[in-house]
Design a protein around this ligand. Structure first.
Ligand SMILES: [Zn+2]
Length: 633
């Protein structure tokens, strides 16, 4: 059946309009020798120059690439869906949410008043309390109410030692400002000052009578960032053990706050603490610090989370910080922003509508088959490996064999009534945006907490279904290729399969290879960059790029698809495989360093991956490189 489906796609497309415009003009104009030598020197430049010239970056984004532009294309489709009034079920709630988001200024007076009241209530409760305040419980309460994670993060996740069950995790919270900036206040003086101004203006706007010191708030966050940057030690033990060890009753506060009315945590129940040094330090900090600082930080943390949705003035202040830190010239258009909020909150509802309108379901089996070829090839690569011990090899092969894939979205989403059931608690949203946001925040927080005590039956997705990215989940040995990635320039059902293997295929290969990251890394001795010391993660990413490209290429030439390509498209230049690989990475990058991205500069990344590929070197007749090829397997 699958083969047949594939044939149908190919056949119908050869009759339709086929666009090959994705190849750059550059490539066609140059004589083959020129393009060969420049591909060996700088494949990225060769394949991206034209795109760079023809593309303009939107004013409201700090950088621009195919991944981003693909997600804007999805956004546009989502807006179309949301503007169609002729629909029933939970999608109606999503539409109400969307409209209240766009028209948020109509409710400005009420929402501003309500936010002020809410924040003042919190603040006074903390400041006027004569007793000792349990700040861990306070942070937990904020998580449960607002689905945000100041100071500490509490959530339910798959137990890494027994991946059949869900247990609580405790780890450092999320910072508002990027930690790189907080840890280097000297270098980023300008950005830090903008941050202080933002806090100061927002809080002066929300509070008239309470003394708030924005500098103290930033100092507090700097301290948190410093504590987070200490060495990470993961520990897994019973609540009883941790309560004794940290001299804090986690069981009590989790039962009181996080799990209340949902589940109960017992003495012997397991908890994972992902950064025990941080937890220890932060508990000390919370116990000893003047409560005003902590209270101020938390108030700011909550206020910030609403800063784009209450009043025009607060939204403008938020934009000013984006401008100062990211260098953007304009704020993101409201409808785009609101459609993204809908995606965050109603992704499964939107998926089912999206599938009906914009997606050919045959694509799923097509991509699955491609993934199988690549997967099979990785398996072969390991089977032929000569330096692993027998035992390690056996275990690795076993792990590879058991990788599973989710292509596009989990199956249950195709079931309309299952989706309606999932959102059963979401009824009667109103035109009040603040209330709607609060409802959805609570909904999401509770959804996560409810996982506690359950067995892992359904996969826990590592990302939104519409993400334009690919994922490997180590806890589930799962490769997730979201719906967002199943579009040009990563994939097209209309293209020769070779293009798909070059682009999407190598991304799938990249994720598959992450399954053996940790076993292989110690054996890997190859310096990628001479003049820069990079984090180990970066090397891991480069290894994954190399393997991904290798197994996708190898997978392609050995596949049934390459035979089909020959039948339908004739003999094709295999250079296009690498061009499609390289092109998908084209990017305008301004201040890339600020984003703490584990991926290195794309140009280096692409060039490194292709020049490490033996087929690339052969096809382009590259002169033998002086440095040895970086190969793991
Ligand atoms: Zn990766």
């Amino acid at each position: 059946m699958q083969r047949f489906a594939v044939l149908v796609i190919l056949f119908s497309n050869t009759l339709g309009n086929v666009s090959l415009s994705f190849r750059t003009k550059d490539q066609h104009n140059k004589t083959s020798n020129e393009s060969e030598s420049s591909a060996c020197d700088n494949c990225y430049k060769l394949s991206c120059d034209q795109w760079m010239k023809e593309t303009t970056k939107p004013d409201y984004e700090p950088h621009w690439n195919h991944f981003m532009s693909a997600s804007y294309q999805i956004n546009e489709k989502i807006r179309n869906i949301l503007e169609d009034d002729d629909q029933n079920g939970v999608i109606k709630e999503a539409q109400i949410f969307y409209r209240s988001c766009i028209d948020f200024q109509e409710q400005e007076t009420f929402n501003f008043r309500d936010l002020k009241v809410m924040l003042a209530l919190y603040y006074n409760k903390w400041m006027n309390n004569e007793q000792h305040i349990d700040w861990v419980e306070v942070a937990m309460g904020i998580t449960k109410t607002f689905n945000i994670n100041p100071i500490l993060k509490f959530y339910i996740n798959i137990d890494y030692k027994n991946t059949k069950q869900y247990i609580p995790y405790i780890e450092p919270g999320n910072l508002i400002f990027p930690s790189d900036l907080l840890l280097n206040t000297q270098i980023y003086q300008k950005e830090i000052n903008a941050y202080i101004r933002w806090i100061s203006r927002t809080l002066r706007y929300l509070f008239t009578s309470i003394p708030i010191s924005p500098i103290k708030i930033v100092e507090f966050e700097v301290t948190l960032a410093q504590l987070m940057s200490n060495k990470v030690t993961v520990e897994r033990n019973t609540t009883k053990h941790f309560s004794d060890r940290f001299n804090y009753n986690f069981q009590k506060s989790m039962n009181n706050i996080l799990l209340s009315n949902i589940a109960r945590l017992e003495d012997h129940d397991l908890v994972v603490i992902k950064h025990s040094t941080y937890l220890n330090d932060v508990l000390f900090l919370l116990n000893t610090m003047d409560r005003r600082f902590i209270a101020n930080y938390l108030i700011w943390y909550i206020a910030k989370d609403f800063s784009r949705d209450i009043t025009k003035y607060m939204k403008t202040l938020n934009f000013l910080i984006d401008q100062a830190v990211l260098g953007v010239e304009k704020d993101i258009p409201r409808d785009i922003k609101c459609a993204n909020k809908v995606l965050d909150n109603f992704e499964y509802v939107v998926v089912s509508k999206y599938l009906g309108r914009y997606f050919d379901k045959n694509v799923l089996s097509d991509v699955q088959e491609m993934a199988n070829d690549i997967h099979e090839n990785f398996h072969m690569l390991l089977l032929n490996n000569s330096w692993l011990s027998e035992e390690t090899k056996r275990l690795s092969l076993d792990k590879i064999k058991n990788i599973h894939f989710i292509i596009g979205f989990p199956k249950w989403i195709s079931n309309n009534s299952a989706v309606e059931q999932y959102y059963i608690d979401i009824r009667n949203l109103s035109d009040n945006h603040l209330l709607n946001i609060l409802t959805m925040k609570r909904f999401k927080a509770v959804k996560n907490v409810r996982l506690f005590g359950h067995y892992v039956d359904e996969a826990l997705l590592p990302s939104n279904v519409f993400a334009v990215n690919a994922f490997y989940s180590i806890l589930q040995n799962l490769v997730f290729i979201p719906l967002g990635l199943l579009q040009k320039p990563f994939y097209s059902a209309q293209w020769p399969k070779m293009y798909n293997y070059g682009a999407l295929g190598s991304l799938i290969g990249h994720e598959i290879s992450h399954s053996l990251d940790t076993t292989g890394r110690s054996k890997f001795k190859c310096q990628f960059y001479d003049n820069k010391i990079k984090q180990p993660l970066v090397t891991g990413e480069n290894i994954a790029d190399n393997i991904g490209l290798d197994i996708s290429y190898q997978g392609y030439i050995e596949s049934y698809f390459s035979k089909l390509d020959e039948v339908f498209w004739g003999n094709q230049d295999r250079k296009t495989f690498f061009m499609h690989y390289s092109q998908m990475w084209c990017e305008f990058s301004n201040n890339r360093d600020l984003f703490n991205d584990e991926h290195t500069d794309v140009e280096k990344r692409v060039n490194q991956a292709v020049t490490n590929n033996k087929y690339f070197n052969k096809i382009y007749h590259c002169k033998k490189s002086i440095k040895p090829l970086c190969k793991l397997w």
